[in-house]
Design a binder for this molecule. Structure first.
Ligand SMILES: [Zn+2]
Length: 534
């Protein structure tokens, strides 16, 4: 017993205070062993994952159970995002969230359908009172599914605190087998200013990572001078699945002193966008690798715990420093990287190439309005993290607005004046972003007001006017024209639209609205005849 206490003390002194959260209050939301395809706060596109993705044996329809007593406090059904989602508020103040569901328990299902038919909408958001749908612990609340923006059957599961901040559900004793330490995939070093160097270069360098025993790593013979920082690409695997998931904690030490920590315990939804400032956005958009920067610059993320110098190092001439990175998963399996840094004020051989300049220097603490020919761009204050030279060009209804290598934390506005087009064409024009080598146009959510087409976006890149001349298509899936459907349970239709996509749909039988559930992944509308509309 004494030995166990000693071990706990050692590990918690490095990890910080561990855990004051209730351990036996919540039970498992599923009856199957918990195997994860996604961990809390793992890095996703433009956000941190706000819960656990629990695998459901590659199928839909597993029983989902309430993890504690409480009441249904929110129901949200949407085409995208969490699809069919249920929120249960518990007497201890926490809320549990269950997403991508297939359907709900009969009582909840009836409650939702009543409101969908009243509102004549599949997409709906409801906030029932505490007396409407009370829930007891371990009772069936729903069936797992693949609805909304889900890439395969699984349960998205969250625990939120009173302030609606998602927390790591593992903190509450939700147990997942894990004896495998995180993997370090790559390490980068960053010279921070014009007078700093890494291996004789003033630009970021990928370092040569050498695996050693016990799953640890070393980087030998690194030379540096001045103000530098590091970045790490890492992920974690658990015992029962091959999925690459997120890690739980990253810490760094300089000559034995802790200087930075990323602690994936809790965050708020309004800060999740700052993931694009945590990762090296340029590498992410060009190579699809997520390098987490181990220093804090213009980033308000609460997951970052700067300890010393915001994670930066100041390397002086003729010195020797040891920098260590510790990456851990929730079960405290850990991997270490040791970097030996020789401080060398070299007679610099590399001439620092002039940073690319343009006439458009964006000061991010100012509003910026740009206009050329028929196209206007408006950046609000604080749209970007850093000041930079923007590439801005207009030619033949096409706007070049830099490249998508710089992250925006706010949307900006692009407006096209279309007065030169005739009235018929005006109705069919939309704003498209051109992507990839082939400059493929994808629809950018376009608003029309008189002779102006506008779009709000966070993505720098090339935008143009495109025309949608093709009507949407409607195809029967499980019946033919003129066929009797009397014995059918479901009516299934495939809807699709080339170019700008489906904006809305409405289905009626004998003039009366019927509920059709839309799955954008299969482009399918489904009506259940058990709704009793016929
Ligand atoms: Zn999820």
């Amino acid at each position: 017993m004494r030995l166990i206490l000693f071990v706990l003390f050692i590990s918690s002194s490095l990890l910080g205070a561990q855990n004051n959260y209730p351990q036996d209050y919540f039970s498992s939301p599923l009856e199957v062993p918990l195997i994860l395809s996604g961990t809390f706060a793992e890095l996703r596109s433009n956000h941190f994952h706000s819960g656990l993705d629990i695998k459901t044996q590659q199928r839909v329809g597993l029983k989902v159970k309430a993890i504690a007593n409480g009441y249904v406090s929110r129901i949200k059904i949407s085409h995208f995002g969490y699809g069919k989602a249920l929120y249960i508020t518990h007497p201890n103040g926490y809320t549990s969230v269950y997403g991508h569901l297939q359907k709900f328990s009969p009582e909840i299902e009836a409650y939702i359908k009543k409101h969908q038919y009243e509102k004549e909408s599949y997409q709906i958001e409801l906030f029932p009172s505490s007396a409407t749908l009370p829930i007891t612990k371990d009772s069936l609340i729903a069936y797992s599914g693949n609805s909304g923006g889900s890439g395969g059957p699984h349960l998205h599961f969250e625990i939120r605190d009173k302030a609606e901040r998602p927390m790591n559900p593992m903190l509450f004793g939700i147990n997942v087998e894990d004896n495998i330490a995180p993997i370090i995939k790559s390490i980068y070093a960053y010279p921070i200013d014009a007078n700093s160097f890494v291996n004789k270069s003033n630009t970021k360098q990928k370092l040569n990572l050498i695996p050693i025993e016990n799953g640890n790593y070393v980087i030998k013979n690194m030379e540096a001078y001045g103000h530098i920082g590091f970045g790490v690409e890492t992920n974690d695997r658990q015992d029962l699945a091959a999925n690459s998931n997120g890690v739980y904690n990253i810490q760094t030490l300089v000559n034995g002193n802790k200087n930075f920590e990323i602690d994936f315990k809790r965050f708020s939804f309004d800060e999740t966008k700052h993931i694009n400032q945590l990762i090296d956005y340029e590498i992410y958009t060009t190579k699809k690798q997520r390098i987490q920067k181990l220093f804090k610059k213009n980033n308000p993320l609460s997951l970052l715990k700067p300890v010393l110098n915001n994670g930066f190092l100041n390397i002086e001439d003729s010195t020797y420093s040891v920098y260590k990175i510790r990456v851990a998963d929730y079960k405290n399996n850990e991997s270490w990287v040791t970097i030996n840094i020789k401080g060398t004020k070299n007679s610099i051989t590399e001439t620092i190439e002039n940073k690319e300049t343009t006439p458009y220097f964006i000061k991010t603490d100012q509003t910026v309005n740009l206009k050329k020919e028929n196209i206007a761009v408006n950046f609000y204050k604080d749209t970007f993290y850093d000041d930079f030279y923007l590439d801005f060009e207009v030619k033949n209804d096409t706007l070049t607005l830099h490249k998508n290598t710089i992250a925006a934390k706010k949307s900006f506005n692009i407006a096209f004046d279309i007065s030169k087009y005739n009235d018929e064409d005006k109705q069919k024009l939309y704003i498209a972003r051109l992507i990839g080598y082939n400059k493929y146009p994808i629809y950018s959510n376009t608003k029309r007001k008189g002779n102006l087409l506008t779009t709000n976006t966070k993505i720098l890149g090339t935008y143009t006017l495109a025309t949608d001349n093709t009507k949407p298509t409607i195809l029967p899936i499980n019946f033919k024209n003129g066929q009797w459907l009397s014995k059918y349970r479901y009516l299934k239709i495939k809807i699709d639209d080339k170019d700008s996509g489906i904006s809305n749909y409405r289905a009626t039988v004998n003039g009366k609205w019927i509920l059709m559930e839309y799955d954008y992944k299969t482009k399918t509308l489904t009506h259940d005849f058990n709704d009793g509309t016929l």
